[in-house]
Design a protein. Sequence first.
Length: 486
Amino acid sequence: RYPDVAMQDISRLSSLLSRRTFLRGSSLGLGNIALGSLLARDGFAHGATDSINQGARPDLPHHPPRIKRVIFLCMAGGPSHLETFDEKPELARLDGQPMPESYTAGQPIAQLQGKELKCQGPLTKFGRYGQSGQTISDFLPYHQKMADDLCVIRSMVTEQINHDPAHTFMNTGTAISGRPSMGSWVTYGLGSESDDLPGFVVLTSVGGRNPQPIASRQWSAGFLPSRYQGVEFNSSGSPVNYVKSPAGVSRGQQRELIDVVGELNQHRLEATGDPEIETRLATYEMAFRMQTSVPELADFSDEPQHILDMYGAKPGDGSYASNCLLARRLAQRGVRFIQLYHRGWDHHGGLVKYMDVCCGLTDRPTWALLNDLKQRGMLDETLIIWGGEFGRTPMFQGKGGAGRDHHIKGFSMWMAGGGIKPGHSHGATDELGYYAVDDVVHVRDLHATMLHLLGIDHRRFSFKFQGLDMRLTGVEPSHVVHKILT
């Protein structure tokens, strides 16, 4: 019996020593990586900032990536595809007539359930723009100017018909709360190119009808290590709360405090091996570095006036325009995933009035962001995605003027940038804009395509959780949309 106990003690001691040796070696390795990245950033070592992928999984990318970063422009509330990119002459012809029951029988409807359903014709005119002849409405004059850069997907479908679960589905690939957002998945896989800014940043703005709230769990890391969660920057004032040192505390004193706390956390990490302690260490260090990087990032004084005018940005106003300019600055500094939410697209009524408001606030800045990236040679290494959590119904809903209800069976989004066919139209809805019927693209297909462009095979990209290999694209069939790729 005693020899068995002795052997167990020796085995436990060996395991502890091995773990401590590993953690010490890892900490030294991480320190060397951090030092190397700092030297590279400052020009003292080979390699530039774009070669730094802090926190990247060693098995990624699976194949050569086409892009380095993603900018997701989320039009929160659900813009109407029937007033933006999907012209329907037959719907116009049937305006005011009963909606054919063959379309709606047994289908999920949000607020129009049980009500008389009448066709609502388009509330604007459409034209063909660019050499590609893209169909774009008069609500979007600046989109018309960049028609040849856009790949418009007119056959999107999703599974959730109300705002919060639909946002959750768009961001995480499931309506189940607590799952990692797509930005967290991307930074977990590829790390960050910046050593003094988070790899995943979120910006929000408001303007339009009935701005829906956006919960912070939409950019949560879920069951991934919390270091990969999105960091929301304020739209006005200081971008990050408490980024400045407290009054009477010098930067040197703060550095000493972080070093002491870091040593205590490192000691605890060696004893427990808890990855969240490592996250805490990284978070303290990042927060300290952000005290210098964030004020410089948010200071637009180095931007020429013509750039501010191009975006229509007024520093500190919290607008979508200023957020688009900030997104470009974040992209320049190596942020991997940048997500902009503009809240105000929930147009159950007053559609013409509020489309004018929302498009007036977002159309020009979106064009400015795309063209600014193009002029700087950055568009080819960036994927821009534009769209909402769902579309709007072909049926009339009247609350303060003609409007449309939530719709999930067919709507439009667009993509542009590296690896995407410019000036291309993909898929179609039926003649009334109800069902996606040609080259249907599910939200999970969108995720798979985004990951593919980043060099990740969505089928091989997983995280072990509760005994399962969890993926952004889940276990349902999903595929890369090769028809939209160059």
